[in-house]
Write a new protein. Structure first.
Length: 118
């Protein structure tokens, strides 16, 4: 299903934006391929079906690189930590922190985000 969505959406897309948080690189879908009986505690399907642990984040990052889109990686933090970024775009595109840390408080850095997206 996601490939069909990408084919439709990807044709008009010029920029790929990924917002990176603490678990972006390790996030997986974790679901049963055939039914809704996925048990997150055991990591298995209650009906014995196989489990799909694909990363849709990595899939979309790969497609963005293949389609040669402008890539903007925004970090939900005051600094850029590329170890949290999926490997395929770690050294590609523009990486920007969305926050600044001043006088003991965090502030949104709207200008940095705007500049990266323009």
């Amino acid at each position: 299903m996601i490939t069909g969505v990408w084919k439709y959406r990807g044709k008009s897309t010029k920029t790929f934006v990924l917002i990176v948080g603490s678990n972006t690189k390790t996030a997986r879908s974790g679901r049963c391929q055939y039914c809704a009986s996925y048990n997150s505690w055991t990591g298995s399907c209650a009906r014995g079906h196989s489990i799909d642990n694909k990363s849709y984040i990595e899939y979309e990052c790969n497609r963005a690189v293949e389609d040669k889109l402008k890539i903007v990686v925004l970090y939900n933090a005051a600094s850029v930590d590329k170890s949290k970024c999926p490997d395929v775009i770690r050294n590609v595109g523009e990486h920007v922190a969305m926050c600044t840390y001043e006088n003991g408080s965090y502030y949104w850095n709207y200008q940095a985000v705007k500049k990266a997206l323009s």
